[in-house]
Design a protein around this ligand. Structure first.
Ligand code: FE2
Ligand code: FE2
Length: 303
């Protein structure tokens, strides 16, 4: 079973530029036990990337950049180029309590596994047991499955303490019921019926012209918020039309929890990030052009 988000995977053009946003800009720190090298971990498989891990609460932001050592770049580089050349949300990684069982379940549910080979999943080496599933079967979201992992980040990695956890990952979709089937029926999670009581139609967020379904993923790691554009004119609708592809969906934004939205907005503004739209007691938004190509929502912590 899946019990939490392990990380949000970001594809970025330049690792150090992205670190300036996602670590320095948000007051977070690189996890130097996971990614000890300043230039990132050098992952040299079929899609070579340099990786930095930045914990937030019990989840992480995983920055993936094309290699700077001359290794020919692969799919991550092409993805960044297709998304404007700076960066974009790339994949969602779920922590699994049993990779072999969960991979078998997802395959039986009709999802297409694109990595790793069966003998690798069956290996006794936990780091071999990382699986990927094709976005076309996951409403446009590339899905990674992470091996059972007791790594917990300590308080020292929480940085300035402005942002306390990943609140949710926003996924835009043309079909909320399909999102509910994927994340609940297949993945085993439940809709938060207090926050989003209207199961079929979602909750209308008038200010954003969207309907949403909130699906907590447990472990204080944040959840999924499935977002359906309510009309064709909203920015969310344009994003879906531009990047949704054949799956009619894709990752849309990251939301971080904070005790004080106004103070957090001032904090990121002072560090060069650009706010967009109104800042109120509950929400603020950071423009992607100042944040490595990624739309970021600041959400008031309510618990
Ligand atoms: Fe990943
Ligand atoms: Fe959101």
């Amino acid at each position: 079973m899946f019990d939490r988000i392990h990380h949000a995977g970001l594809a970025v053009a330049n690792l150090l530029d992205a670190k300036r946003v996602f670590a320095d800009g948000l007051g977070l720190r690189v996890d130097t036990t996971r990614s000890p090298l300043p230039g990132g971990n050098l992952q040299r498989g079929p899609d070579p990337t340099d990786i930095l891990d930045i914990p937030i609460g019990n989840a992480e932001l995983e920055l993936n950049a094309p290699p700077v050592d001359g290794t020919p770049p692969g799919g991550t580089h092409r993805f960044v180029q297709a998304r404007g050349g700076v960066g974009a949300l790339h994949h969602i990684c779920l922590h699994s309590t049993n990779v072999a069982d969960d991979v078998a379940h997802l395959r039986a549910s009709g999802l297409t596994q694109i990595a790793a080979p069966p003998e690798q999943i069956a290996s006794n080496e936990p780091w071999q047991q990382v699986a990927f599933f094709h976005p076309r079967d996951c409403l446009g979201v590339l899905l990674e499955i992470w091996t059972p992992d007791n790594h917990r980040v300590g308080d020292r990695y929480q940085g300035a303490g402005v942002f306390t956890r990943l609140h949710h990952i926003g996924v835009v979709t043309a079909d909320l019921e399909a999102a509910r089937r994927l994340w609940c029926n297949v993945m085993g999670f439940r809709v938060d019926t207090l926050r989003t009581p209207a199961l079929k139609g979602g909750r209308l967020v008038e200010r954003e012209h969207v309907r949403v379904l909130a699906i907590p993923l447990g472990g204080d790691s944040g959840g999924i918020v499935a977002v359906l554009p309510e009309d064709a004119a909203s920015g969310t609708a344009r994003f879906l039309a531009r990047y949704g592809g054949a799956a009619d969906g894709t990752m849309h934004h990251l939301a971080f929890a904070t005790r004080d939205v106004s103070a957090a907005a001032d904090f990121v503004r002072d560090r060069g990030l650009e706010l967009v739209g109104p800042v109120d007691a509950d929400f603020a938004w950071i423009h992607p052009r100042s944040a490595g190509g990624v739309l970021i929502q600041i959400v008031r912590e309510t618990r």
